[in-house]
Design a protein around this ligand. Structure first.
Ligand SMILES: [Zn+2]
Length: 107
């Protein structure tokens, strides 16, 4: 007889958001990598090389850009983060100004 399988959440890979430093399932984060000297969102999460992860919400991106966490996390101090911010904006559902993460006050 097979033992009951534990919840698959146990084996879900977890990554740290470089914006708020919160830990999250990889599948719920956006992956960013350096492509040709520019930081871009890796929607398929399959690009080779080093990646950093961000929650899909503007408050986290804002922190990441301000702290230069993207270039630091990617070890690419000269990479241009602005293409990433364009990608992120494009991926955001409309009305992101008001819908900032209601449940989680930032410390
Ligand atoms: Zn975050």
């Amino acid at each position: 007889m097979l033992a009951a399988r534990v919840d698959s959440a146990d084996v879900e890979p977890v990554r740290t958001c470089v914006g708020c430093r919160g830990r999250e399932n990889k599948a719920d984060l956006l992956r960013l990598t350096v492509v040709g000297g520019a930081i871009r969102v890796d929607q398929a999460q399959r690009r080779p090389g080093r990646g950093v992860y961000l929650h899909p919400r503007p408050s986290c991106w804002d922190q990441a850009f301000r702290k230069r966490a993207l270039t630091r996390g990617l070890r690419a101090p000269t990479a241009d983060p602005s293409p990433a911010s364009e990608d992120l904006r494009r991926l955001t559902p409309e009305g992101d100004d008001q819908s900032l993460d209601r449940g989680g006050p930032l410390r």
